[in-house]
Design a protein around this ligand. Structure first.
Ligand code: CDP
Length: 795
């Protein structure tokens, strides 16, 4: 049995198995304009929904008058919370056990919150009518800053909650406080730095939307929606609406990027479904860009203080962190329910640390709710940023090279499986190997010399070199540890081989552009000796796919990828018995040869049979001891998460006159265990690095003191374009996961998680000789120039 982890193999058998650069099956339809997104869906009699939103961040609603809107030709209904109350749909549960208004019943809690909805025959009429809905507000004082929200005299945001006397949501802690304090008390060196991980928005190119279609003939609700987790959404829809789950169908068609933004359920989906139910016609709701940024799940917004205790040689002994988390107006983070701070407690990173302690306070503010896993595994991004920044702070304090200080502290490659000070069980890693490779690719020594030369010459442009040697934690479950609204986080695959030898693989995860239709077919091709073109992958329709928890937190490969491999191996086991029947041999004499993809009789390789021939046998000549057919299902509950890692090295040139930062070199070495499709991995890395650059240099959802979102559209929330993106040099090492059936770890998020600290470390590094210890993101030219000026480097 070769069921254990496989070494990386580029089978080269040409069937498109593991390690082959198979071109993306899905691209044919995308590049020929045949994608099918929610807004492409048109149904006979379909109505359009437009949401009326509050201009105020904190205000009581005195009155809503929809009569002028109703008077417009083509307007079918104006809905308010009162209408939804009749159907018990005025509020909905968040994924963190809070209750959010679908349409505001009493008090607006953030700008652009949903106040009313207009349903009309076309979108233009709906939009015009929404502007005619008259809402009378009693405006209240807002608070948008988490620290101010926790002050005694701050306005109380959640006054509808019986036990809520202030804006405090929860306190959370991890690690051993006393042991960590002892380490700090006795340490030769301690360093401390405060840093903000600013509020970001995942900003998928496709905004959120839904087409809800209540069929009174079948008593069935079908909702096409932008969903990263269709099955979990079906269960929640059923629980909230009271429609039995087998009468709810969620279809997530092509999705134009999710990045965590399409994990929560938003009021628009519920309003569209409620309107379709009441009006008995299909109803479409599609967000505009500014609605998406201003109201749907944001990411990060952590104000963090990190401390390291170390020896004089820079050996890290203890890590302490303290965080103030701005959760917005509701606790609506999207993460496993037992993890109020997501996976932030992996903050000891790639380093072997004796003692660690972390504390975090969550606060309500008059800002949009969120805290979603924006291309990351539930707050691991903030943790990685903190530790990778702190290691640089320590290196500067001790005047030790940042590469060298990492080497002194890495968890050694022979220490895996490794249990961290905060209780994570790392599966495998070889951090030094990845760093060495990155240093070599980056020509590190050369740039260190160039840096010194520029300082010595008092040059106008300084060189900075930043390193990040991050570890990620991806692939939630295990189900007992991780659940979403009580549902354990397993995933699934259902593989059916047809009589003519091709197959359909249905999976519980839902792609949003990652190429699952290709890579999941490759897993089956590898495990069954089939050609990748003979396998179709289906996902996103709850009526046909097996139950799954969805795609986020890079969990597809670690969990559903494992399910696909196990399902294929179940089929392979059955195929052996059919092969024995066809070859007139004993089943125990049948061997499977991975290279040829054929089954043959032991000792007689010429007596062989392919999976295509076996498929025919399964339906046309089934052996008496087996059921006919050739299919298998697997629900996979991972024994552990997987821990991909990497080393990124960024070289920047900082202009002392303008504060502008140019990327000179950008090296990314990733290790995601065994690689299914190197080309797709490279694409994932490129995309994630671009998002990391956006994070470090450009993006920030900002608010003014009145609660107005001042960074809520693409004029003010700046995404990186091709102009800002340098040439990336990518490399890899391969350290298989010992517990994953194909030895693979996730990869999609590593670059977004790992790159921001490398970029900030580089900019800090350009100025650290003058005393700079930190620069806040986004590092716009004015921010950088102010720091240059502060430390006397500006010209
Ligand atoms: O959950 P999500 O698909 O976003 O993330 P992932 O599991 O990291 O996978 C992203 C893409 O990279 C998928 O198409 C994977 O199949 C592919 N991948 C790969 O080819 N080899 C790996 N070891 C990991 C992911």
């Amino acid at each position: 049995d070769d069921g254990g982890p496989q070494p990386e193999k580029h089978c080269g058998h040409g069937r498109g198995g593991m390690g082959e650069e198979v071109t993306r099956k899905e691209d044919k339809r995308f590049i020929t304009g045949r994608g099918n997104y929610v807004d492409d869906i048109k149904k006979p009699g379909m109505l359009h929904c437009e949401i009326v939103r509050s201009p105020h961040a904190h205000a009581r609603i005195e009155d809503i008058d929809g009569s002028r809107a109703m008077a417009l030709d083509g307007v079918v209904a104006v809905l308010t919370a009162d209408d939804l109350l009749e159907h018990d749909l005025a509020t909905m549960p968040t994924l963190m056990d809070d209750t959010q208004d679908v349409l505001v019943n009493d008090k607006v809690k953030f700008q652009s919150q949903e106040v009313a909805a207009v349903i009309a025959e076309d979108r233009y009429t709906a939009k015009d009518a929404a502007e005619k809905v008259e809402v009378e507000y009693d405006v209240l004082e807002p608070v948008v800053d988490a620290e101010e929200a926790l002050e005694d005299d701050a306005p109380l945001i959640r006054d509808e909650l019986d036990d809520q006397e202030d804006n405090h949501i929860f306190d959370w802690e991890t690690g051993d406080k006393e042991a960590t304090q002892e380490v700090f008390d006795e340490a030769a060196v301690t360093v401390e730095e405060q840093m903000e991980y600013q509020r970001l928005h995942p900003a998928p190119i496709e905004t959120c939307g839904a087409v809800a279609d209540w069929d009174p003939g079948k008593d069935k609700m079908t909702v096409h929606m932008t969903s990263q987790a269709p099955h979990a959404h079906r269960t929640l829809f059923s629980q909230v609406s009271g429609i039995p789950e087998h009468k709810v169908r969620i279809v997530s068609p092509d999705v134009g990027g999710g990045f965590g933004n399409k994990v929560p359920i938003y009021p628009g989906y519920v309003v569209a479904a409620a309107a379709s139910y009441v009006l008995e016609q299909p109803v479409k709701w599609i967000e505009e860009r500014s609605e998406n940024i201003q109201t749907t799940g944001f990411a990060r917004d952590y104000d963090m203080t990190g401390e390291i205790a170390a020896t004089e040689d820079g050996v890290i002994q203890g890590v302490k962190v303290d965080v103030l988390a701005n959760h917005g107006a509701y606790n609506a983070a999207a993460q496993p329910s037992k993890f109020p701070a997501g996976f932030f407690n992996i903050f000891t990173g790639s380093y072997d640390v004796d003692a660690a302690y972390g504390s975090l306070t969550g606060a309500f503010t008059n800002t949009a709710p969120g805290g979603v896993a924006y291309r990351c595994s539930f707050r691991v991004t903030e943790a990685v940023y903190l530790i990778e920044r702190m290691v640089k702070v320590l290196a500067d304090e001790l005047d030790v090279d940042p590469a060298e200080i990492r080497r002194r502290n890495f968890i050694p490659s022979d220490a895996f499986p490794y249990e961290s000070a905060t209780g994570w069980n790392y599966d495998s890693g070889d951090y030094e190997k990845a760093l060495d490779k990155a240093l070599e690719m980056a020509d590190y020594e050369h740039y260190r010399e160039e840096q010194q030369r520029r300082i010595a010459e008092d040059a106008d442009k300084l060189i900075g070199i930043g390193i990040s040697s991050f570890t990620e934690v991806v692939g939630a479950g295990p189900g007992k540890q991780c659940d979403i609204a009580g549902i354990e986080m397993f995933d699934s695959a259902d593989l059916r081989v047809n009589p003519t030898g091709n197959a359909v693989l249905r999976i519980g995860v839902q792609t949003q552009g990652q190429g699952h239709e290709t890579t999941f077919a490759q897993i089956v091709a590898e495990e069954l000796g089939m050609d990748v073109d003979d396998i179709t992958v289906e996902h996103g329709d709850t009526d046909t796919e097996p139950y799954g928890l969805g795609t986020y937190g890079s969990r597809s490969t670690p969990v559903a990828g494992a399910a696909a491999a196990v399902a294929a191996r179940k089929v392979r086991d059955k195929a052996k018995s059919i092969a024995a029947n066809e070859l007139e041999a004993a089943e125990e004499d049948i061997e499977w040869d991975r290279e040829s993809g054929e089954f043959h009789v032991a000792g007689a390789p010429d007596r062989s049979i392919t999976i295509t021939e076996i498929a025919a046998g399964a339906y046309m000549n089934s052996p008496g001891n087996e059921e006919p057919g050739l299919e298998a299902v697997n629900y996979y509950d991972p024994p552990e998460m997987t821990y991909p890692f990497g080393s990124y090295i960024v070289v920047v040139e900082v202009d002392r006159e303008t504060g502008e930062v140019d990327f000179e070199k950008f090296v990314a070495v990733d290790d995601c265990g065994n690689r299914i499709n190197p080309m797709i991995i490279e694409g994932q890395i490129h995309g994630g690095l671009a998002q990391g650059i956006g994070t470090a240099m450009l993006e920030h959802v900002t608010y003014d003191d009145n609660g107005n979102v001042t960074g809520g559209d693409f004029m003010n929330y700046l995404l990186p374009t091709a102009n800002e993106i340098p040439n990336f040099e990518t490399g890899h090492t391969v350290t298989p996961s010992p517990h994953h059936p194909i030895g693979a770890k996730g990869v999609g998020e590593s670059p977004t998680v790992g790159s921001p600290p490398a970029i900030v470390n580089a900019v800090v590094d350009a100025m650290s000789h003058a005393g700079t210890s930190h620069v806040e993101m986004p590092m716009t030219p004015d921010t950088v120039w102010e720091e240059l000026d502060e430390v006397g480097l500006s010209i």
